[in-house]
Design a protein around this ligand. Structure first.
Ligand code: ATP
Ligand code: MG
Length: 260
């Protein structure tokens, strides 16, 4: 399922920096992040709160521009696109599940899921995909409910279905299992892995949970806006072993820091 070496990877970021200013305070949210994700690859991004994970996903999705560096999707640089081109690119290519779910309160679950494709008209394949997602995500008996009549986990599953209904080639998810119970969380991870293995989708998921990261092929660890380490998950027998390794890396990073 991997792209040949001569082709550009579907997703590559190079030396991204992003600085936020609020009043006199300055935060360097990204400090030279480079990452490449192949077709059919599932990468998990882990890191402490505030390490820059969401900022990285926002930049990859073209929701905010970096101060320096490049975001290349199939070799095309997002930073050179107009707002209109970016919007079109996002609609066609990217499925986003973000921490703020942004469901429309006046629409039912099903209408929320179909929102990204309403402008293109419904086709037979969309109907099939909709039914399959609703059933896989356990939303059959909730499709007519509005978000305020859904639990947090059900709302999250609606946001997941909405991100996948367009059949995007790149799926970006920010702590997508945060309000799911462990069974629903694992089912969602299985769905993601099928998307990448069977359909060659490219997936980047931010997560704090080793049981989610275990479904990925590779983990990138962020710390203070930099990639501290990247490792393959294949050498870990279970999520506990992965968690131990993660904490060793992050712990080692702390212990070599000079006292301030
Ligand atoms: N719009 C913004 N304005 C100012 N500072 C911001 C903004 N967005 C993020 N930051 C800062 O940038 C840093 C990285 O934030 P980011 O949201 O990327 O972290 P994160 O790794 O996703 O954390 P969490 O695990 O808590 O979601 C933080 O210090 C945060 O306070
Ligand atoms: Mg975040």
């Amino acid at each position: 399922m991997h792209a040949s070496r001569s082709e550009a990877p579907p997703l590559r970021v190079e030396q991204l920096t992003k600085r936020f200013r609020q009043g006199s305070a300055v935060v360097d949210a990204l400090r030279g992040v480079s990452l490449s994700v192949e077709q059919g690859e599932f990468v998990a991004v882990m890191g402490a709160s505030g390490s820059g994970k969401s900022t990285l996903l926002h930049v990859i999705a073209g929701l905010t521009g970096p101060d320096e560096g490049r975001v290349l999707v199939d070799g095309a640089d997002l930073c050179t696109m107009s707002d209109r081109q970016l919007t079109r690119f996002r609609r066609r290519r990217i499925g986003l599940v973000f921490q703020a779910l942004n469901l429309i309160p006046t629409l039912t679950a099903e209408q929320n899921i179909l929102l990204p494709i309403l402008s293109n008209g419904r086709s037979g394949s969309v109907d099939d995909r909709l039914e399959s997602l609703i059933s896989r995500l356990g939303l059959d008996d909730r499709r007519g409910h509005r978000p305020d009549a859904l639990s947090g986990g059900q709302q999250q599953r609606v946001a997941i279905a909405r991100a996948l209904v367009t059949d995007p080639s790149i799926i970006l998810a920010d702590e997508p299992t945060g309000s799911l119970d462990s069974v629903a969380g694992q089912e969602f991870c299985r769905l993601l892995r099928e998307e990448c293995r069977q359909r060659g989708r490219t997936i980047v998921v931010v997560t704090h949970e080793p049981t989610v990261a275990m479904w990925a092929g590779r983990v990138a660890v962020l710390k203070d806006g930099q990639v501290l380490s990247e490792f393959s998950t294949s050498s870990f027998g279970d999520a506990h072993a992965l968690a131990t390794h993660y904490h060793e890396i992050v712990g080692a990073a702390f212990s070599t820091e000079a006292p301030r």
